[in-house]
Design a binder for this molecule. Structure first.
Ligand code: GDP
Length: 304
């Protein structure tokens, strides 16, 4: 399913709300800006980021004196793209990996239920289709279902999964997965981890230990710490992102479940507030439903 199709399912996109708000209005005035503020907030952009965007638009309206409401759509798109560009300095075009980082180690973190396992499976599939070899590490050993799910994805995508079963030491799984990748000259290792955010100190220690054992083989590993967030949970995703950043550093975001929701605005707010690039977008449950984040494409889909 495409991002467009997904977002279109819900009729209330930013664009449709905006169109309604400017009916009978020719210029962008205080009232229109107030409406716009409301629209962005109800689209889950978040208050702080909304205010930032409104201020920028206000500046442009003040500078140009008169702005036709028909131009507001274009203006808003531009400002959102500019804002996204501050953290997403470049759009990823393909799955090329840095040549000096082999294996490229990705540690995936996120609360249970956000789509972490699914995202790992989809990522493995995308890497594999791009001609890369992949090993998965089932280091979310706290939940039996997580280990089973990852093994299932491994079978589906046809990539090996290193697993020691439930309740085993996550760091030992990570150690073996990275070791196997080094020994077999594999391109990418993706390590699943537990999402027990409610026991922060335990999780922090666990993730710390996973990192340390990886670094026995690869001093600069993990090369990517990917936080998976459920885009359909709106403000909750914000809170999770903030809480996770207390437990570990995060270098990239994957936002899932953006199909069937018009609330893609959460992506804009989280990227802006966390100062972390969005790398992947989940748009469905199937293997192919993961996309590389592209700023313009994304903003266009919000305005369809
Ligand atoms: P985990 O607990 O974080 O590992 O979550 P799972 O990967 O098991 O996913 C939880 C549920 O969300 C499953 O039913 C997935 O199929 C579903 N899911 C994951 N990503 C997406 C997505 O992008 N869109 C939709 N609609 N469902 C998703």
């Amino acid at each position: 399913e495409s991002l467009d199709q997904g977002l279109q399912k819900s009729s209330e996109t930013i664009f449709s709300k905006l169109s309604k708000a400017v009916v009978g209005k020719s210029t962008v005035d205080e009232e229109v800006l107030d409406e716009l503020e409301e629209i962005l907030i109800t689209s889950d952009v978040g208050v702080d980021t909304t205010i930032k965007i409104i201020n920028r638009i206000e500046d442009r309206v003040a500078r140009d004196k008169y702005v036709n409401t028909q131009e507001l759509d274009k203006l808003l798109r531009e400002e959102i793209i500019n804002l996204l560009a501050e953290n997403n300095t470049q759009d990823l075009l393909d799955f090329e990996l840095p040549a000096d980082k082999k294996p490229y180690v990705i540690m995936v973190v996120g609360v249970n239920g956000v789509g972490k396992t699914t995202t790992i499976g989809k990522l493995a599939s995308l890497f594999k289709n791009a001609g890369k070899s992949v090993v998965l590490g089932a280091a979310d050993t706290f939940r039996a279902a997580a280990v089973d799910q990852l093994i299932l994805w491994g079978k589906r995508v046809d990539v090996p999964v290193v697993s020691h079963g439930m309740n085993t030491d996550p760091a030992s799984v990570a150690f073996d997965a990275v070791k196997q990748a080094v020994d077999q000259k594999v391109d990418v290792v993706i390590i699943d981890t537990a999402g027990r955010l409610h026991t922060k100190v335990n999780l922090m220690n666990e993730l710390g230990k996973i990192k340390r054992v990886m670094q026995k083989f690869i001093p600069d590993a993990p090369h990517e710490i990917l936080l998976v967030l459920d885009g359909s949970t709106g403000q909750n995703a914000f809170i999770q992102a903030k809480e996770f950043s207390k437990v570990t550093e995060i270098s990239a975001l994957a936002v899932t479940k953006l199909d069937g929701t018009a609330k893609g605005g959460v992506v804009i707010g989280i990227s802006d507030q966390m100062k972390i690039p969005v790398k992947y977008i989940g748009v469905g449950e199937k293997m192919t439903d993961l996309q590389l984040f592209n700023r313009k494409e994304f903003v266009d889909s919000l305005f369809k």
